[in-house]
Design a protein around this ligand. Structure first.
Ligand SMILES: C[S@@+](CC[C@H](N)C(=O)[O-])C[C@H]1O[C@@H](n2cnc3c(N)ncnc32)[C@H](O)[C@@H]1O
Length: 236
């Protein structure tokens, strides 16, 4: 473990504590708000059987739903983060390994997930050459129960994303931009409308002979959001 990872993990935990706990649970994360909305609309499974493909230490998503879950399987490549995840989410089965390979090759531990979270890193290409959720989204559909909810991270405004790191859009990896154009089948993949990014995921779901009962784009901050999909398998 290096000092940067150590400090990063401490910072993430402190920032969650300060923003949520000190507000005496009157502030919600985007995911918490969406979970409440799905629950009110009777679209959230009673007990979540959850698969989180890019777990980190659990502070930005897993902690939001852990109390609603009967089972949580978290995949995390970095052994230090995986060990922290196990401490933070005691009920989770944490697998330190490559979730992209696992979901493609059927190494995930169940076939009946009713809640899947895909919260990948942004610009970095994975070792299979894919970006964001593009290489895994379709594979997750092989491992869901008859009804399931999927949260997938969508980078919605790359101008703001780049400026967050003191860069401009011109500095972004052109291969990433091209991968986005191909996946989303959109010309403007820099600052398109949030809801327009949903269509590519919906098409994949429908191509798998499943119904999209509900979909929503939800901002997490000014440059990244979630696509949220409630899916039901077609009866054969
Ligand atoms: C954006 S973070 C996820 C945040 C997480 N959802 C949370 O609640 O804090 C992405 C994480 O995916 C991990 N990662 C990257 N490639 C991976 C892979 N192929 N398999 C599993 N984890 C991976 C990174 O180490 C990083 O911790």
């Amino acid at each position: 473990m290096d000092i940067r990872s150590f400090l990063y993990v401490k910072k993430q935990k402190l920032s969650r504590y300060l923003s949520l706990k000190l507000s005496r649970n009157r502030t919600f994360t985007a995911m918490q708000l969406m979970l409440k909305t799905l629950e009110t609309n009777q679209m959230l499974p009673q007990k979540l059987i959850a698969l989180e493909l890019f777990g980190f230490i659990g502070t930005s998503t897993t902690m939001d739903y852990q109390d609603l879950a009967e089972y949580i399987e978290m995949w995390e490549l970095n052994p230090y983060y995986a060990a922290e995840a196990k401490k933070n989410i005691s009920k989770a089965t944490v697998v330190c390994g490559n979730s992209i390979k696992a979901i493609k090759e059927g190494e995930v531990l169940r076939k009946d997930y009713n809640f899947i979270v895909i919260d990948p890193n942004s610009a970095s290409t994975f070792d299979d050459g894919s970006y964001e959720s593009f290489g895994v989204f379709n594979h997750t559909l092989k491992y869901i129960a008859d009804e399931a909810v999927i949260f997938v991270t969508i980078y919605s405004n790359l101008k703001k994303y780049a400026s967050l790191y003191g860069n401009s859009v011109k500095d972004l990896d052109p291969k990433w931009i091209n991968a986005r154009k191909e996946f989303f089948q959109m010309e403007n993949v820099i600052d398109g409308r949030g809801i327009d990014y949903l269509k590519a995921f919906e098409k994949i779901i429908i191509d798998h002979k499943m119904n999209v009962i509900f979909s929503q784009f939800l901002n997490r901050n000014e440059c990244v959001g979630f696509g949220v999909f409630v899916i039901k398998k077609n009866k054969a």
